[in-house]
Design a protein around this ligand. Structure first.
Ligand code: SAM
Length: 250
Protein backbone atom coordinates (compact mmCIF):
# COMPACT_ATOMS: atom_id res chain seq x y z
CA UNK A 1 0.00 0.00 0.00
CA UNK A 2 1.20 3.59 -0.55
CA UNK A 3 2.51 5.29 2.56
CA UNK A 4 5.56 5.95 4.68
CA UNK A 5 7.46 2.87 5.92
CA UNK A 6 9.85 3.28 8.87
CA UNK A 7 12.20 0.38 8.27
CA UNK A 8 14.65 -0.96 10.86
CA UNK A 9 18.09 -2.03 9.61
CA UNK A 10 20.80 -4.06 11.41
CA UNK A 11 22.92 -2.53 14.21
CA UNK A 12 25.89 -4.74 13.31
CA UNK A 13 24.96 -8.23 12.25
CA UNK A 14 23.49 -8.14 8.74
CA UNK A 15 21.39 -11.23 9.47
CA UNK A 16 19.23 -8.99 11.65
CA UNK A 17 17.43 -7.51 8.64
CA UNK A 18 13.90 -8.91 8.45
CA UNK A 19 12.28 -10.59 5.46
CA UNK A 20 9.63 -7.91 5.50
CA UNK A 21 12.23 -5.11 5.59
CA UNK A 22 13.90 -6.59 2.48
CA UNK A 23 10.59 -6.80 0.64
CA UNK A 24 9.55 -3.26 1.61
CA UNK A 25 12.95 -1.85 0.58
CA UNK A 26 12.86 -3.76 -2.71
CA UNK A 27 9.33 -2.68 -3.64
CA UNK A 28 9.45 0.92 -2.38
CA UNK A 29 9.53 3.74 -4.95
CA UNK A 30 12.33 5.44 -3.04
CA UNK A 31 14.36 5.02 0.11
CA UNK A 32 15.05 8.09 2.22
CA UNK A 33 18.27 7.39 4.12
CA UNK A 34 20.38 9.14 6.71
CA UNK A 35 23.62 8.50 4.78
CA UNK A 36 23.20 7.30 1.21
CA UNK A 37 26.69 5.72 1.11
CA UNK A 38 26.06 3.72 4.27
CA UNK A 39 22.66 2.50 3.06
CA UNK A 40 23.97 1.78 -0.42
CA UNK A 41 26.32 -0.82 1.10
CA UNK A 42 23.34 -2.55 2.71
CA UNK A 43 21.28 -2.34 -0.50
CA UNK A 44 24.17 -3.72 -2.57
CA UNK A 45 24.65 -6.57 -0.12
CA UNK A 46 21.03 -7.63 -0.60
CA UNK A 47 20.87 -6.78 -4.32
CA UNK A 48 18.25 -4.04 -3.89
CA UNK A 49 18.12 -1.40 -6.63
CA UNK A 50 15.56 1.06 -5.24
CA UNK A 51 16.77 4.68 -5.61
CA UNK A 52 18.10 6.18 -2.38
CA UNK A 53 17.85 9.86 -1.44
CA UNK A 54 19.28 11.56 1.62
CA UNK A 55 17.25 12.50 4.68
CA UNK A 56 19.35 13.52 7.65
CA UNK A 57 19.22 15.74 10.70
CA UNK A 58 20.10 18.84 8.68
CA UNK A 59 17.80 18.43 5.68
CA UNK A 60 14.84 16.51 7.10
CA UNK A 61 12.65 19.60 7.54
CA UNK A 62 13.64 21.00 4.12
CA UNK A 63 12.99 17.72 2.32
CA UNK A 64 9.67 16.99 4.01
CA UNK A 65 7.46 18.86 1.44
CA UNK A 66 9.02 16.92 -1.45
CA UNK A 67 8.52 13.62 0.38
CA UNK A 68 4.92 14.52 1.22
CA UNK A 69 4.28 15.33 -2.45
CA UNK A 70 5.63 11.90 -3.45
CA UNK A 71 3.45 10.25 -0.81
CA UNK A 72 0.40 12.24 -1.95
CA UNK A 73 1.08 10.99 -5.50
CA UNK A 74 0.74 7.43 -4.17
CA UNK A 75 4.41 6.50 -3.76
CA UNK A 76 5.69 4.04 -1.19
CA UNK A 77 8.50 5.79 0.64
CA UNK A 78 10.80 3.81 2.93
CA UNK A 79 12.82 5.59 5.61
CA UNK A 80 15.98 4.03 7.03
CA UNK A 81 18.75 5.36 9.27
CA UNK A 82 22.36 4.20 9.41
CA UNK A 83 21.44 1.52 11.93
CA UNK A 84 18.48 0.27 13.94
CA UNK A 85 15.08 1.92 14.12
CA UNK A 86 14.72 5.24 12.31
CA UNK A 87 13.56 7.96 14.70
CA UNK A 88 15.33 6.49 17.73
CA UNK A 89 18.18 8.99 18.26
CA UNK A 90 18.04 9.19 14.47
CA UNK A 91 16.14 11.12 11.76
CA UNK A 92 12.67 10.10 10.63
CA UNK A 93 10.30 11.46 13.25
CA UNK A 94 9.82 14.85 11.61
CA UNK A 95 8.74 13.26 8.35
CA UNK A 96 6.56 10.70 10.16
CA UNK A 97 4.72 13.44 12.08
CA UNK A 98 4.25 15.49 8.89
CA UNK A 99 2.92 12.43 7.05
CA UNK A 100 0.42 11.73 9.85
CA UNK A 101 -0.69 15.36 9.84
CA UNK A 102 -1.20 15.11 6.06
CA UNK A 103 -3.31 11.97 6.44
CA UNK A 104 -0.70 9.67 4.87
CA UNK A 105 -0.53 6.13 6.36
CA UNK A 106 2.65 5.44 8.35
CA UNK A 107 3.81 1.85 8.82
CA UNK A 108 6.47 0.60 11.25
CA UNK A 109 8.68 -2.20 9.94
CA UNK A 110 10.30 -3.28 13.21
CA UNK A 111 13.71 -4.84 13.72
CA UNK A 112 17.04 -4.25 15.41
CA UNK A 113 17.37 -1.55 18.05
CA UNK A 114 20.38 -1.06 20.33
CA UNK A 115 18.45 0.14 23.41
CA UNK A 116 16.03 -2.77 23.60
CA UNK A 117 18.68 -5.34 22.68
CA UNK A 118 20.89 -4.07 25.51
CA UNK A 119 17.96 -3.97 27.92
CA UNK A 120 16.74 -7.52 27.45
CA UNK A 121 20.23 -9.02 27.86
CA UNK A 122 21.28 -6.70 30.69
CA UNK A 123 19.80 -8.68 33.54
CA UNK A 124 18.18 -5.48 34.84
CA UNK A 125 14.44 -5.05 35.12
CA UNK A 126 12.63 -4.43 31.87
CA UNK A 127 9.32 -3.92 33.63
CA UNK A 128 9.70 -0.15 33.73
CA UNK A 129 12.37 1.63 31.75
CA UNK A 130 13.22 5.08 30.49
CA UNK A 131 15.03 5.66 27.21
CA UNK A 132 17.18 8.74 27.79
CA UNK A 133 19.07 8.69 24.47
CA UNK A 134 22.30 10.68 24.30
CA UNK A 135 23.22 12.90 27.24
CA UNK A 136 24.43 16.45 26.48
CA UNK A 137 28.08 16.50 25.35
CA UNK A 138 29.06 19.40 27.63
CA UNK A 139 30.06 18.35 31.15
CA UNK A 140 27.93 20.92 33.00
CA UNK A 141 24.81 20.24 30.96
CA UNK A 142 25.29 16.49 31.34
CA UNK A 143 25.51 16.74 35.10
CA UNK A 144 22.41 18.93 35.24
CA UNK A 145 20.51 16.47 33.05
CA UNK A 146 21.51 13.59 35.33
CA UNK A 147 20.68 15.51 38.49
CA UNK A 148 17.25 16.42 37.09
CA UNK A 149 16.65 12.80 36.17
CA UNK A 150 17.55 11.69 39.68
CA UNK A 151 15.30 14.30 41.26
CA UNK A 152 12.34 13.47 39.03
CA UNK A 153 12.58 9.72 39.58
CA UNK A 154 9.74 8.61 41.83
CA UNK A 155 9.91 4.85 41.18
CA UNK A 156 12.70 2.38 40.51
CA UNK A 157 13.32 1.84 36.81
CA UNK A 158 16.04 1.01 34.33
CA UNK A 159 17.40 4.05 32.49
CA UNK A 160 18.94 3.47 29.06
CA UNK A 161 21.55 5.87 27.63
CA UNK A 162 23.39 5.93 24.34
CA UNK A 163 26.98 7.00 24.92
CA UNK A 164 30.12 7.65 22.89
CA UNK A 165 33.32 5.75 23.81
CA UNK A 166 35.31 8.93 24.43
CA UNK A 167 32.81 10.14 27.04
CA UNK A 168 31.92 6.91 28.83
CA UNK A 169 34.38 7.35 31.71
CA UNK A 170 33.19 10.89 32.41
CA UNK A 171 29.57 9.77 32.33
CA UNK A 172 30.25 6.88 34.70
CA UNK A 173 31.99 9.40 36.98
CA UNK A 174 28.87 11.57 36.96
CA UNK A 175 26.63 8.59 37.66
CA UNK A 176 28.88 7.64 40.55
CA UNK A 177 28.70 11.07 42.15
CA UNK A 178 24.95 11.44 41.58
CA UNK A 179 23.64 7.89 42.16
CA UNK A 180 26.46 6.60 44.36
CA UNK A 181 29.29 4.12 43.78
CA UNK A 182 27.02 1.16 44.57
CA UNK A 183 24.43 1.90 41.87
CA UNK A 184 24.22 -1.00 39.44
CA UNK A 185 25.03 -0.44 35.78
CA UNK A 186 25.46 -2.51 32.64
CA UNK A 187 27.58 -1.43 29.69
CA UNK A 188 26.62 -3.21 26.45
CA UNK A 189 29.23 -2.87 23.69
CA UNK A 190 29.26 -3.86 20.04
CA UNK A 191 25.86 -5.53 20.17
CA UNK A 192 25.30 -8.28 17.57
CA UNK A 193 28.94 -7.89 16.41
CA UNK A 194 31.98 -10.13 16.74
CA UNK A 195 33.22 -8.44 19.91
CA UNK A 196 29.88 -8.06 21.67
CA UNK A 197 30.46 -7.55 25.38
CA UNK A 198 28.44 -6.90 28.53
CA UNK A 199 30.09 -5.35 31.60
CA UNK A 200 27.86 -5.69 34.65
CA UNK A 201 28.45 -4.45 38.18
CA UNK A 202 28.40 -1.38 40.38
CA UNK A 203 29.30 1.95 38.79
CA UNK A 204 32.61 1.83 40.66
CA UNK A 205 33.41 -1.68 39.39
CA UNK A 206 32.56 -0.96 35.76
CA UNK A 207 34.53 2.29 35.90
CA UNK A 208 37.54 0.49 37.34
CA UNK A 209 37.32 -2.21 34.66
CA UNK A 210 37.24 0.41 31.89
CA UNK A 211 40.03 2.43 33.47
CA UNK A 212 42.34 -0.53 33.03
CA UNK A 213 41.87 -0.51 29.27
CA UNK A 214 44.14 1.59 27.07
CA UNK A 215 41.45 2.78 24.82
CA UNK A 216 37.70 2.56 24.79
CA UNK A 217 36.09 1.93 21.45
CA UNK A 218 32.99 0.61 19.78
CA UNK A 219 29.36 1.55 20.03
CA UNK A 220 27.83 1.29 23.46
CA UNK A 221 24.64 1.42 25.47
CA UNK A 222 24.76 2.23 29.18
CA UNK A 223 22.00 1.03 31.48
CA UNK A 224 21.40 2.17 35.03
CA UNK A 225 19.32 0.41 37.67
CA UNK A 226 17.93 3.73 38.90
CA UNK A 227 16.57 3.79 42.41
CA UNK A 228 14.72 6.93 43.47
CA UNK A 229 16.41 9.13 46.05
CA UNK A 230 15.51 8.09 49.60
CA UNK A 231 13.48 10.52 51.70
CA UNK A 232 16.55 11.96 53.39
CA UNK A 233 18.71 12.14 50.26
CA UNK A 234 17.13 15.24 48.64
CA UNK A 235 17.68 17.37 51.75
CA UNK A 236 21.34 16.31 51.80
CA UNK A 237 21.82 17.12 48.14
CA UNK A 238 20.12 20.51 48.56
CA UNK A 239 22.38 21.24 51.53
CA UNK A 240 25.40 20.22 49.44
CA UNK A 241 24.28 22.45 46.67
CA UNK A 242 23.73 25.46 48.93
CA UNK A 243 27.22 24.88 50.37
CA UNK A 244 28.65 24.71 46.84
CA UNK A 245 26.85 27.92 45.85
CA UNK A 246 28.17 29.67 48.93
CA UNK A 247 31.70 28.52 48.09
CA UNK A 248 31.32 29.84 44.54
CA UNK A 249 30.07 33.22 45.77
CA UNK A 250 32.65 33.48 48.53
N1 SAM B 1 18.55 4.12 15.64
C1 SAM B 1 19.51 3.35 16.43
C2 SAM B 1 18.78 2.29 17.24
O1 SAM B 1 17.63 1.97 16.93
O2 SAM B 1 19.36 1.73 18.17
C3 SAM B 1 20.38 4.25 17.29
C4 SAM B 1 21.14 5.29 16.53
S1 SAM B 1 22.19 6.30 17.50
C5 SAM B 1 22.66 7.54 16.35
C6 SAM B 1 23.67 5.38 17.63
C7 SAM B 1 23.95 4.91 19.06
O3 SAM B 1 23.22 3.71 19.31
C8 SAM B 1 25.41 4.55 19.32
O4 SAM B 1 26.16 5.68 19.69
C9 SAM B 1 25.28 3.57 20.46
O5 SAM B 1 25.07 4.25 21.68
C10 SAM B 1 23.99 2.83 20.07
N2 SAM B 1 24.30 1.66 19.24
C11 SAM B 1 24.05 1.50 17.93
N3 SAM B 1 24.48 0.29 17.51
C12 SAM B 1 25.01 -0.31 18.59
C13 SAM B 1 25.64 -1.58 18.81
N4 SAM B 1 25.79 -2.45 17.83
N5 SAM B 1 26.07 -1.87 20.07
C14 SAM B 1 25.92 -0.99 21.08
N6 SAM B 1 25.35 0.22 20.92
C15 SAM B 1 24.90 0.55 19.70
Amino acid sequence: APGLYLVATPIGNLEDITLRALRVLRTADRIACEDTRQTQKLLNHFGIETPATSLHEHNEAARTPEMLAALAAGERVAVVSDAGMPGISDPGMHLAAAAIAAGVPVFPVPGANAALSALVASGLSAERFLFAGFLPAKAGERRTALENLREQMADPMTVIFYEAPHRILETLGDLESIWGAEARVVLARELTKLHEEFLRGTVAEVRAALNERDRMRGEMVLLLDAQPATVSAPSISIKDRVAALEREEG
